[in-house]
Design a binder for this molecule. Structure first.
Ligand code: GSH
Length: 337
């Protein structure tokens, strides 16, 4: 009898420990990072021809896996619709959400979430058929509009049309793929979403040249990685994994040159980000090589931007405000010291 009580007490304690354990311990124990991304959005998160997930958001997942597990491949991708994403994070189904998600006050406070930074500064725009002959969003009175439910897009659209005293008919879908199909089937006159996503959607259309993105940008959509509130260790890891990619660009480090620069550079920040100087890894409860692994295996922010959404990708989106602060943009990381 005593033995049974002892065993069950040990089991309860073990359970208690694992239930209160932080995300870092859970990820290490699982040996994989469960990362929530979109259900499929060219440039941000999509399955490539080699059946491997790729994109700017997938790189965010991979950089955290490289930092924590030393291997950018140790990621379990969980595709989530806009409506599902926050519950998936809150319930622990995913450890990290990197799903073109806008940092807003409500999400950052009352929803129990924390935004760890911004990996793409976006804004809401409109995509129309050139045949419609529309030059400005102000000419859209009476239009039917394809949108995704559970997004900031839905809310901003309603406010924009109300303020401009225009009417519209919302045609609502759950995924980007459905929005595209609805639009191509003539269910709506236009699509509204984050501008980057309009370029993604257009790249999947049969005749992309027949469509254009209107010049108006009607909102700020800072997209970034999200974690649960109450786990500062994990929050710091995600925040600094993104910062490592941004700082790597600033320091001219790439996956190709990081090994040689680590040996030859006289810049102390290069030593610190590569883990040869200082204790930044230990401060984050990680191995000294955490950020070296990010740069070596995933690359700098510039490398990730260019291959996924920028000049080396089919989307060819300009860096715009996503350039580094030192290059007249607003992408900025605090120092590695
Ligand atoms: N950034 C906005 C919108 C995000 C969003 O989900 N947009 C749709 C518009 S196409 C999308 O990305 N869908 C991808 C998917 O269906 O998985 C937000 O955080 O609410």
């Amino acid at each position: 009898m005593k033995q049974i009580v002892k065993i069950s007490l040990a089991a309860v304690m073990a359970l208690g420990v694992s239930a209160s354990a932080g995300t870092l311990e859970n990820v290490k124990k699982a040996g994989t990072l469960k990362c929530g991304v979109s259900t499929g959005l060219a440039g941000f998160a999509e399955v490539g021809s080699d059946k491997v997930w790729k994109g700017l958001d997938v790189d965010m997942c991979r950089s955290v896996a490289a930092a924590v597990l030393g291997d950018a491949k140790k990621v379990t991708i969980v595709p989530l619709t806009a409506k599902e994403r926050f519950t998936a994070l809150q319930s622990g189904e995913v450890d990290l959400l990197a799903r073109n998600t806008t940092w807003t006050n409500t999400r950052d406070t009352s929803m129990g979430l924390n935004f760890a930074g911004v990996n793409y500064y976006d804004g809401q725009g409109f995509l129309v058929s050139k045949k419609l002959g529309v030059k400005s969003a102000k000419q859209l009175d009476g239009a039917s509009v394809c949108i995704t439910s559970g997004t900031t897009t839905e809310l901003t659209l309603a406010e924009y049309f109300a303020v401009n005293e225009m009417k519209y008919k919302p045609i609502t879908y759950d995924t980007a793929d459905q929005v595209l199909k609805g639009f191509e089937a003539g269910r709506c006159d236009l699509i509204t979403s984050d501008a980057s996503q309009l370029y993604s959607l257009r790249s999947k259309m049969k005749n992309p040249k027949d469509f254009k993105v209107l010049p108006q940008i009607i909102s700020k959509e800072p997209l970034g990685p999200v974690v649960r509130q109450g786990d500062d260790v994990w929050f710091n890891i995600v925040r600094w994994s993104l910062n490592a990619m941004i700082t790597a660009e600033e320091l001219g480090l790439t996956s190709a040159n990081v090994d040689s620069k680590m040996k030859t550079s006289k810049n102390p920040e290069v030593g610190k980000i590569c883990g040869t100087i200082g204790t930044l890894g230990a401060n984050l409860k990680l191995d000294a090589k955490w950020s070296y692994n990010i740069i070596k295996q995933v690359g700098s922010y510039a490398e990730s931007f260019d291959r996924n959404v920028g000049k080396k990708s089919p989307l060819k989106i300009k860096r715009g405000i996503n350039r580094l602060w030192s290059d007249n943009g607003i992408m900025y990381s605090p120092p590695f010291r």
